[in-house]
Design a protein around this ligand. Structure first.
Ligand code: THU
Length: 130
């Protein structure tokens, strides 16, 4: 199962539109056995660029999914591409704190695994509004 997440994240990264940063990112998540993926999409108006994780979440929502069970993220080089602060909060909306976030290299090797709780401790989420 992890293999499919890895291949889909790499495939998504290859389609990234990142002419400004030249930093291509791919993300693939599993929701009820289905894999959804996304890539970063930059814009000449720089702040309008979107992250790979957000694209994968949008694909999941479009397909009717609501729960991220596992996610793989791939950036450039051998430094793990950890999700930005905004993406950590977006992941929180659709996952439990024990969500495993795997970061891999462009060669497909596992670089780092963190739980969402480690990446975003004491998170504010939907529960806070109940
Ligand atoms: N980026 C992502 O897509 N996901 C991350 O987790 C980190 C950063 C993108 C945003 C921008 O297009 C490029 O990487 C450089 O920051």
């Amino acid at each position: 199962m992890m293999e499919e997440l890895i291949s889909r994240a790499l495939e998504a990264r290859s389609r990234a539109y990142a002419p400004y940063s030249r930093f291509q990112v791919g993300a693939a998540l599993r929701c009820e056995g289905v894999v959804h993926s996304g890539c970063n999409v930059e814009n000449a108006a720089y702040p309008l660029g979107t992250c790979a994780e957000g694209g994968a979440i949008s694909a999941m929502i479009l397909a009717g999914g609501r729960r991220i069970e596992e996610i793989v993220i791939v950036g450039g080089g051998d430094q793990p591409c950890t999700p930005c602060g905004g993406c950590r909060q977006k992941l929180r909306e659709f996952s439990l704190s024990d969500l495993k976030v795997h970061m891999i290299s462009p060669a497909g090797t596992l670089l780092l695994t963190r739980t969402l709780a480690e990446l975003l401790p004491d998170a504010f989420g939907p529960d806070n509004l109940e």
